[in-house]
Design a protein around this ligand. Sequence first.
Ligand code: NAD
Ligand code: GLY
Length: 357
Amino acid sequence: MNTPRTLEVALGERRYPIWIGAGLLDDAARWRAAIRGRHVLVVSNSTVAPLYLARVEAGLEGFKHAALVLPDGETHKTLAETGNVFAALAQLGASRDATILALGGGVVGDLAGFAAACWMRGIDFVQMPTTLLAMVDSSVGGKTGVNLPEGKNLVGAFHQPRAVVADTATLATLPVREYRAGLAEVVKYGAIADAPFFAWLEAHADALAAREPDALAAAIETSCASKAAIVARDEHEHGERALLNFGHTFGHALETVGGYGTLLHGEAVAIGMVLAATLSARLGLASDADGERLAALLARLGLPTQAPRLDASRQLAAMRLDKKNLGGRLRLILWRGIGRAEIADGVEESAVASVLA
Ligand code: NAD
Ligand code: GLY
């Protein structure tokens, strides 16, 4: 394979690599260096395992290893499935120096990472993202967790991976709807903090929609660099990192009320960004023209921009459970236009309700 693009997440003394390139799953000599102990559990799902598990297992010769294949889907990002990871670790005899390899999209990565954070109070894990969304967002930065019926990601931990191995060749098998959902998180980086990147995305929207490899690799690298920089400055989301939730408070409410898996996470984020932009325009913070530019780019990338008809009061109830809220007041990421997002405390529920109506 060609030399991968390498980025680094630097968290004070701690740091870990993000490798991005086609064929990385077969480059075991590289990623094995991130494994410190003798025991390895690969966690994947029933869609990804038949495609890629054998290639990962081929690189694990010499380790005591096993694989756990979870059922596919957001509805399985649960405490019950996390319990199955613990059972597999126990059966493997995994000690404190064991490593979990998370092979799959954001669901597998979040759940396996959470299990790694909990097992014996924290063991190593390596992210092997196979969706665009996981490559540009969920595999980087150490947020792990699972859903409850009451809300998305309500149980979790900050637990950084030892490395991120993003084999871009795996994207060839990703269904188009999932691919587009990942593009929503790519647009997010331009929308919140990088106007030149947003303009680059507008110029390369057709190439990205067609999965043109150079444009795609550049978009993944810029997105990861953006996320790595924000996480390095604010690992535990005391401030700036919350900006990465632009569109997510609305989006999580759409996912929770609409039923997990109905809208894909990235689709919900796309609609959520448009709702946040609309609210920001109504509050006089951003122009309608910028909101239209955002919606137009998302639409060109094949993403939905209109919210489905759902009960607004149930969405508001879901938004009240958002992790960003403080003192019972809504905290949202609002928008000053392309490239500029900000944290807004105490947003009036009536203003939010008017956008949901
Ligand atoms: P996903 O993990 O459900 O994967 C999407 C679908 O694609 C699944 O059916 C999966 O089996 C399939 N798939 C994965 N890789 C494939 C491949 N290479 N070929 C064919 N099929 C493949 O969804 P996702 O969009 O990757 O992740 C969404 C999850 O990530 C949500 O739970 C969300 O909350 C979470 N998330 C977490 C963070 C974070 O910082 N931790 C950030 C963003 C999103
Ligand atoms: N996806 C939001 C974050 O990692 O902070």
